[in-house]
Design a protein around this ligand. Structure first.
Ligand code: SF4
Length: 416
């Protein structure tokens, strides 16, 4: 059977954090119940088209999945088990936020087969948590983490965020130290991006612009401080046995997130739930991001989409309206770009052999000049058939990765 990853989106949160541009919103109990019913309907409707796939990982993300009653998570998991073939060793992650976890919920997760938790902490300083609009304190995080351990969760990720407004290097070090005391198996450490459309953009949008232009921002850490925070993270975590396996992800040996690795290696995945994206049989498609439409049952129909994909090209264009979803058939160049873009985020980089297996041509024939140029600039290295970013390359990863975009005129239009 072919490998498949599942992503299940729960778009509800207690309230919006100031920096958040994810598809999430507050909702009352009846709306959440209605959503879970529709989600189960979508699972039942789409699973038959995946009969030749075995699920290797499931990620219940959001939003805040732990906002749902434990029994509803169990219902979703039950629907997945009844309708998909799930591998015995599948990694099953659930995203939780402190302040929404109870012992009873954790018992439900365990019974439902969840074997990995991802806890959103962001900062160990309560003042920072307040400033970014989180609903919880550091003490509540500690309580949730302890509860999870007591209920037998032995694979836990903690999300933390650097470059927060007013944050100094010492503040970031404080968060790193506090998290390390808990010994989670995995740590995701991203820096804040001030996204348009968020309350933070109103507050710090101009500051972000100053920072990008190399000027000194008023509230956000400077580019140089941000770089130092990144270095501090890498060194401090390495010192405690956490290997950086992706630009922003660190794990104890063997505890890397298999779901994310699959995503970076272009393993097919099916997204279920509001606004989720999928990538299957070279087709990328998106569920509606309108809650009203979703609750009306206007989610993607996988059988229909895969049939359309077989027809390809203009037939795919004409069939779009029936699908009630956005679909995009990736041509080979776009697949190559994604292979490089996502694969080079991992410290192990990409395999030349794998590139040849997938695309039937040598990496050299497509990216020879780019690889040579980045190598000369000291941003890329090659070793034992693998190509990967150097430390210098990682620090300017946006630039280095953008070099793998192929000439626009060479790409067929895919916006259908
Ligand atoms: S908890 Fe996460 S998804 Fe929810 S509002 Fe905050 S950042 Fe967004």
């Amino acid at each position: 059977m072919k490998e498949l990853e599942l992503y299940v989106h729960i778009p509800f949160c207690v309230r919006k954090c100031c920096y958040c541009d994810f598809l999430s919103m507050p909702a009352d109990n009846s709306l959440r119940r209605h959503y879970v019913d529709k989600l189960i309907e979508e699972i039942r409707q789409n699973a038959p088209a995946c009969s030749q796939y075995q699920v290797s990982s499931i990620f219940l993300g959001g939003g805040t999945p732990s906002i749902l009653p434990g029994v509803q998570i169990a219902e979703i998991m039950e629907a997945l088990r009844q309708n998909f073939t799930i591998g015995q060793e599948a990694e099953i992650t659930l995203e939780c936020n402190p302040g929404t976890i109870t012992r009873q919920k954790l018992v439900f997760y365990k019974m439902a087969g969840v074997n990995r938790l991802s806890l959103g902490l962001q900062s160990a300083r309560n003042q920072e948590l307040q400033r970014i609009g989180r609903i919880h304190t550091f003490e509540e995080f500690l309580e949730s983490f302890d509860l999870a351990r007591k209920e037998g969760f032995s694979n836990i990720n903690v999300d933390i965020m650097s470059a927060l407004p007013g944050q100094a290097l010492e503040d970031w070090m404080f968060t790193l130290k506090k998290v390390l005391e808990m010994r989670p198996e995995h740590i995701s450490a991203y820096s804040l991006i001030v996204e348009e459309g968020t309350p933070f953009y109103e507050q710090y949008g101009e500051d972000e612009l100053r920072r990008q232009q190399g000027e000194t921002p008023f509230y956000l850490p400077t580019e140089e401080t941000e770089r130092q925070m990144y270095e501090l993270t890498r060194e401090t975590l390495a010192d405690k046995g956490y290997l950086r396996y992706e630009i922003s992800n660190y794990a104890q040996p063997g505890r890397e997130c298999r779901h994310n690795i699959g995503y970076w290696q272009l393993t097919p995945y099916l997204g279920l739930g509001l606004g989720s994206s999928s990538y299957l049989e070279q087709v990328r498609f998106f569920n509606t991001s309108s809650l009203e439409e979703y609750l009306d049952g206007k989610f993607h129909n996988l059988t229909e989409i895969l049939e359309m994909a077989k027809k390809q090209g203009k037939d795919l264009r004409s069939a779009r309206s029936q699908a009630k979803t956005d679909i995009c058939l990736l041509n080979q160049r776009q697949q190559m770009e994604e292979f490089m873009f996502l694969g080079l985020r991992m410290t192990a980089g990409i395999s030349r052999k794998r590139f040849e297996e997938i695309f039937g041509r040598e990496l050299e024939s497509v990216y020879g000049n780019t690889v040579r140029k980045l190598q000369q600039q000291g941003l890329l290295k090659q070793n034992e058939g693998r190509v990967f970013l150097t430390e210098e390359g990682i620090s300017v990863s946006n630039y280095a990765l953008s070099e793998f975009l192929l000439e626009v005129e060479e790409i067929e239009d895919c916006s259908l």
